[in-house]
Design a protein around this ligand. Structure first.
Ligand code: FPP
Ligand code: K
Length: 533
């Protein structure tokens, strides 16, 4: 029985079924052979394997000691938050020590996320009227992580998002509202995802048609002019004209420009109009946001926070190779030290900042940083050749997976910050992206076969994209262990990250946070579309 059809409200009724991937020796996977997309494998073979592996799992499922005791060192300076933290650690210790580890309750989460798409939202949600594109993105992307086909929502996404386009360029968060960078970002991601699914099994011509319907109505010239008006002299961006400045605005602007196919010519601006290249100074601006702790703040001279750290790391990698960018624009050792301190025991989850509590959403913001740091540490890899000299995991993937499966699943579907807090669409998406980051290994692929644009065909004419490096990311369904330092021999694969294939979620692009492969399809369509104009 497919896990998608498991009855709703099945929590605790289903014992962990032990199923292993067919190819346990691993191997780099591309979006095309992503098993999460293929659904369940062959039942009989799985059952045979299940018996054979039972012994391994009963041993491996012993709860690691780190989840069973409170930290040895507790700061003597008592504050409201430190008291809360102790209570949370005690409460979570009970949850994370469960055996067997609960399954990912896929069907109930799917049901939770389909709610707003099929039934609309109640009046309780009027406060989110300016976040319409966010709700689309969170639900749509989370559904893809759970293996759902969201192509059937593409036409509705287009018709719902079109009215949010502002006459002066950009998008608002609700009908008739003024523009906001986060709204623009969420609109672009939503369309990139639904178009990708709507187009994926169609012949070439029809595929292009889906993309034309999804994107050609966006006024790119006016959008660019609007983004220009959010640019700051310090290199950063504001969320809108007169709005606040933070690295999130910079990251959202870069993602928008990358996914909407802007090239160097378009971004360089017209000196006759007093325009400067739009990306001038942004890397140095990101660099200045690193703090004394080693983490990264919303803007200069502020407090380091995981949410902003992800924006800066991903922002840097949108514009270059991970190893070069992270070592050039960050004090990487100091950053790693701060990032390591974000994972707590006994909880296993991440906090966003020093002396604050774990929250499931940091599975993406902090977990997503780890994917990029590991890629930087491992350097450039090629899908064609075996991986050499791996540093292995620099964080505990298993501890995060344990935190997510035991603490972040709402009993009636949806994912959450922590036990005792209601699930919501935001946490559902970011807990699942974090689960994906823990289950998979991401790498930057400098394969020579790719053309300058990192895409499939090289029909490209015209100016280069400053974002070409962002389209070179691949994922492996297995996570490499450290290589032997004496001879560089590969260390094999980390076992037990996906104890049951039913728990496996889809692969995401580590910079864009959309399904891996959606970015490449969109990019190749822009090239055809712009070439034809
Ligand atoms: C602190 O809230 C939260 C922030 C300061 C914002 C965090 C930023 C993000 C989540 C990144 C957003 C990125 C994009 C692309 C939109 P809090 O004080 O309630 O939480 P805390 O105690 O965990 O710090
Ligand atoms: K919080």
């Amino acid at each position: 029985m497919s896990s998608h059809r498991r009855p709703i409200g099945s929590k605790a009724k289903f014992k962990r079924k032990v199923v292993f991937p067919k190819n346990r020796s691993g191997g780099m996977a591309t979006p095309e052979n992503n098993p999460a997309r293929d659904g369940d494998g062959d039942g009989e073979q799985e059952q045979e394997q299940a018996q054979e592996q039972q012994a391994y799992w009963s041993a491996a499922e012993q709860v690691p000691a780190m989840h069973l005791k409170l930290p040895l060192l507790i700061d003597g300076h008592v504050t409201e938050t430190s008291r809360k933290q102790l209570g949370v650690a005690q409460m979570i210790m009970k949850e994370v020590s469960q055996t067997p580890l609960p399954l990912l309750e896929r069907a109930t989460h799917v049901d939770f996320l389909l709610g707003p798409l099929h039934n609309g939202l109640s009046s309780r949600y009027t406060g989110l009227d300016a976040s319409r594109p966010w709700i689309f993105y969170w639900c749509i992307n989370a559904l893809t992580l759970l293996g759902e086909d969201v192509g059937r929502y593409n036409e509705r996404a287009i018709s719902s998002l079109k009215p949010l386009q502002h006459k002066d360029g950009g998008f608002g968060g609700g009908n008739g509202q003024s523009q906001h960078m986060a709204a623009v970002y969420a609109v672009v991601l939503t369309l990139a995802i639904t178009a990708h699914h709507a187009a994926r099994d169609l012949p070439e011509a029809e595929r292009m048609d889906v993309y034309a319907r999804s994107f050609s109505w966006i006024n790119r010239a006016r959008l660019l002019q609007w983004i220009r008006r959010t640019k700051l002299p310090n290199g950063g961006f504001k969320v809108n004209e007169g709005g606040e400045e933070d690295v999130r605005a910079g990251y959202c602007a870069l993602v928008t420009l990358a996914l909407l196919g802007y090239d160097e010519d378009e971004l360089k601006g017209d000196p006759a109009q007093g325009e400067k290249p739009l990306l001038d100074g942004v890397l140095e601006y990101f660099k200045r946001c690193q703090t004394w702790e080693g983490g990264i703040a919303a803007k200069e001279n502020s407090e380091a926070h995981g949410g902003y750290a992800f924006c800066v790391l991903a922002g840097l990698c949108l514009l270059g190779e991970p190893r070069e960018m992270l070592s050039k624009y960050l004090d990487l050792d100091r950053f790693i030290s701060w990032l390591s301190a974000r994972q707590y025991a006994p909880e296993g989850g991440f906090s966003g900042r020093t002396n604050k509590l774990v929250d499931g959403c940091y599975s993406t913001w902090v977990g997503g940083c780890w994917a990029l740091v590991e890629a930087a540490a491992n350097g450039i890899e090629s899908a064609g050749s075996p991986v050499k000299m791996h540093v292995g995991s620099m964080w505990s993937r298993k501890a995060l997976i344990r935190y997510i499966l035991t603490c972040c699943q709402g009993p009636r579907g949806g994912l959450r910050d922590k036990p005792g807090i209601y699930p919501d669409f935001y946490h559902s998406n970011y807990v699942l992206i974090g689960l994906s980051a823990a289950q998979h290994y991401y790498y930057y692929d400098d394969d020579e076969d790719d053309d300058e644009y990192g895409g499939a065909s090289s029909a490209a004419e015209g100016a280069r994209s400053p974002f070409r490096h962002a389209f070179r990311w691949k994922a492996s369904r297995n996570v490499p262990k450290p290589s032997d330092p004496r001879d560089g021999r590969a260390g094999g694969w980390e076992e037990g990250l996906v104890p049951s294939e039913e728990d496996r979620v889809g692969m995401q692009h580590p910079l864009f946070n959309i399904p891996l492969g959606a970015e490449a399809q969109l990019e190749s369509w822009w090239r055809l579309f712009k070439g034809a104009q």
